[in-house]
Design a protein around this ligand. Structure first.
Ligand code: THU
Length: 147
């Protein structure tokens, strides 16, 4: 979806919203991610689990792979917002940090502690967005520039 201007709050809300499509019957932990691309496009993804648990794919990587499939490999990621339906904050796992770095992700946006953390309803009030610079999320990263 092409967006002209989007706030961190809106990007986080889009990450939360896509958790409605998560397939998480084993963990019961739906996660959503929303990528803001360099041209203002937003790409979302959700986690997809598997009966052979190890094949589960996180929301963030599904969003990145969807970005490449839909828009090609030449975009940079300005920011990645992440929201867990049942818990806040939800920080990206190590594997997702590495994949986000591949496409130049500059910031990760997570939810601060939620006012009512018990909410699983669609209309839950999200905590305020917290922006974290990528150098802090993945210091001494290995990436395409190192080859
Ligand atoms: N998960 C994500 O999708 N992203 C994260 O940042 C943390 C973990 C998923 C994987 C699994 O489906 C569930 O959350 C519990 O680990």
């Amino acid at each position: 979806m092409a967006m002209s201007q989007i706030s961190d709050e809106e990007l986080l809300a889009m990450a939360f919203d896509i958790t409605k499509n998560s397939y998480a019957p084993y963990s019961g932990f739906p996660v959503g991610a929303a990528l803001l691309l360099d041209d203002g496009t937003v790409v979302t993804g959700c986690n997809v689990e598997n009966a052979s648990y190890g094949l589960t794919m996180c929301a963030e990587r599904n969003a990145v792979f969807r970005m490449v499939a839909e828009y090609g490999p030449n975009h940079k990621i300005e920011a990645c917002a992440i929201a867990g339906r049942k818990a806040a904050p939800c920080h990206p796992c190590g594997a997702c940090r590495q994949v986000l770095h591949e496409f130049g992700c500059k910031r990760v946006i997570v939810e601060s502690e939620r006012p009512d953390s018990s909410g699983t309803e669609d209309n839950v009030t999200l905590g305020a967005p917290e922006s974290i610079d990528f150098e802090k999320i993945l210091p001494y990263a290995f990436g395409p520039e190192d080859l």
